[in-house]
Write a new protein. Structure first.
Lengths: 332, 234
């Protein structure tokens, strides 16, 4: 049974956690693509930036969390999300909007977003240095060990506070986004603009407002993902570098321009990563006497240090066999 | 005062002028039909009137008010609606959501208008929660026109409303345009099916190379042998 608990901890829980992070990032990328028609490369940096905002706020008010029984950074999350959303809106105003006004090709916007990536990374390193930081300042990470009610199992299932909060946040965010897109006037206008931007303009839809709301949603989700990931692991300035490829892969796997696809894509990439680096020898060990071969100590598809290549291969496979993604999004 | 009056309109894409000094005027309660060969600038003229294309010279007035190069959103607030020829629906939105988007600029309760549109286009009422992209060509055209009617326009611009429709649907759409007009809505439309369209037109405009060639009542144009020979297929 211990082997199975090991599987739950390392594949199921890890997969859900990393999948949720990718999903939150990919939803933002897909929304920006469907409204503004370009691949926003600086998105992972919005995630890092959001986590740094949360770090600053935590350092400013370290006692708030313990008073409420929640991690301080999580209590500060709404503020960090707001600040990141504001940054996203102003990044658009400063760098992307003037280009759109000139009617440039999407590739020019993609290049501009690469520039914004470099700028944000430079700024973050300039102010915060390159070392990794802990988002828990005056409080400690709660770790829950759930004992499995079987005789043969003496190892517990382990789940941390930030992981639980992340999963709860994702569920709430997805329901809220769904209601926004299907029930509210602005959400419907967003879908309309994604469908047919010219007709949206002709219908009298305030397209500028839709663009602003898109950045607000994408920015806040990015901040939440970055903060919750940093709470669970640690806050590093190169966080965005590790996230960029997986979240783009997730958006494309799900079908670009399709928010629910991005969600599914996030989990596909997340589980693909955890399943491919999982040491399958652990699960096979109880059956080693029945096996016709000698069980090696480590039997993973991909060594852990090459985890980053997994989304890349999935991305290639999807582009070759199903270029519109799982949910038939817009073709890039 | 004319409902819509365009004087000496010049404009085009990039440096290329497609409209070379066009004049056009229709009164409230009138149907104006623009016909002419391909590339005459018919659709371009509608886009220029609706602010989707830069007018470089000349003026456009709505009820005497200057609207040259106005923003489409502003024109919608002035009760002017435009139905493009292609891509005139939101395919992944439901029929009802398409109509709601037509009413985006409205702050009041528009439920009664919605019901009127469904009453006017009964096939849409049954399909209100179906994605508009799943409808037939004729029904899509109904969605497109229904969307435009949601602002209760005083002037509606239609770009080839019968393009790609079967003759049966074509007659149906023309009939509905007459009904819309009878309710007090000015109509300005571009049509390839020139003869049928001019039959319902109060005013007809034959364009060639971005300029007026003939301007008269619809019936006079049909009966004009020169027009009939060159533009209506004899």
């Amino acid at each position: 049974m211990n082997e199975f608990v090991f599987f739950i901890n390392n594949v199921l829980i890890s997969g859900v956690v990393i999948g949720s992070i990718y999903a939150l990032g990919a939803v933002g990328i897909t929304l920006i693509f469907s409204i503004l028609r370009f691949a926003h490369f600086a998105h992972a940096d919005l995630m890092t930036l959001g986590a740094f905002f949360a770090f600053f706020l935590t350092a400013l008010f370290p006692a708030i969390g313990p008073a409420l029984g929640l991690p301080t950074a999580f209590v500060m999350l709404p503020l960090a999300m707001g600040l990141t959303a504001l940054t996203a809106v102003y990044l658009d105003k400063a760098f992307y909007k003037p280009l759109r006004a000139q009617g440039v090709k999407p590739i020019v916007l993609v290049m501009a977003s690469l520039g914004v990536t470099l700028m944000l990374q430079g700024l973050i390193r300039m102010f915060m240095g390159t070392s990794s930081r802990n988002l828990y300042i005056d409080d400690r990470k709660g770790i829950h060990r759930i004992d499995v009610p079987f005789e043969l199992a003496n190892r517990p299932i382990v789940i941390t506070d930030p992981q639980i909060l992340l999963i709860l946040f994702l569920v709430v965010a997805v329901i809220a986004l769904h209601l926004f897109l299907t029930r509210s006037k602005l959400g419907k206008a967003m879908r309309a603009m994604s469908d047919n931007p010219d007709l949206a303009r002709v219908s009298g839809i305030n397209t500028q407002k839709v663009v602003t709301v898109t950045w607000i949603i994408a920015g806040s989700l990015a901040a939440a993902a970055g903060t919750l990931l940093s709470l669970d692991v640690s806050l590093k300035p190169d966080l965005s570098f590790m996230l960029l490829l997986p979240i783009f892969a997730a958006a494309i796997v799900g079908g670009v321009g399709h928010p629910y696809g991005a969600l599914a894509g996030g989990f596909v990439i997340g589980f693909a990563e955890t399943l491919s680096v999982f040491n399958w020898a652990v699960l096979l060990r109880p059956f080693r006497d029945q096996l016709w071969f000698d069980l090696p100590a480590n039997l993973a598809f991909v060594p852990t240090e090459y985890k980053i290549t997994v989304p890349f291969f999935i991305l290639l496979a999807i582009l070759v066999w199903r270029p519109t993604g799982l949910f038939k999004g817009k073709v890039l | 005062m004319h409902l819509l009056e365009a004087k000496n309109v010049h404009g085009g894409y990039g440096g290329m002028n497609i409209l070379n000094g066009l004049d056009l005027a229709i009164n409230a309660d009138e149907i104006g039909v623009i016909v002419g060969p391909n590339g005459a600038g018919k659709s371009t003229l509608l886009k220029a009137i609706f602010g989707l294309l830069r007018v470089t010279e000349g003026s456009i007035e709505l009820r005497g008010e200057l609207i040259t190069n106005a923003d489409p959103g502003e024109l919608v607030l002035k009760k002017m609606a435009f139905v493009p020829q292609e891509k005139n629906i939101f395919p992944s939105l439901t029929v009802q959501e398409n109509l709601e988007m037509g009413a985006y600029s409205r702050q009041d309760n528009y439920q009664h208008i919605l019901e009127q549109v469904y009453h006017f286009f009964p096939p849409l009422a049954d399909k209100r929660s179906q994605p508009a992209g799943e409808l037939s060509g004729g029904q899509r055209q109904m969605v497109a026109m229904g969307r435009a009617l949601m602002i209760e326009p005083s002037l509606i611009l239609l770009d080839e409303p019968t393009a790609g429709l079967s003759p049966l649907y074509m007659a149906d759409i023309f009939e509905r345009i007459v009904t819309i007009n009878a309710a007090g809505v000015g109509v300005l439309m571009v049509e390839q099916h020139a003869k049928q369209a001019l039959k319902i037109a109060h005013k007809g405009f034959v364009l060639v190379a971005g300029q007026n060639r003939f301007t008269d009542t619809g019936m006079n144009l049909i009966n004009n042998p020169e027009v009939a020979k060159a533009f209506l297929g004899g």
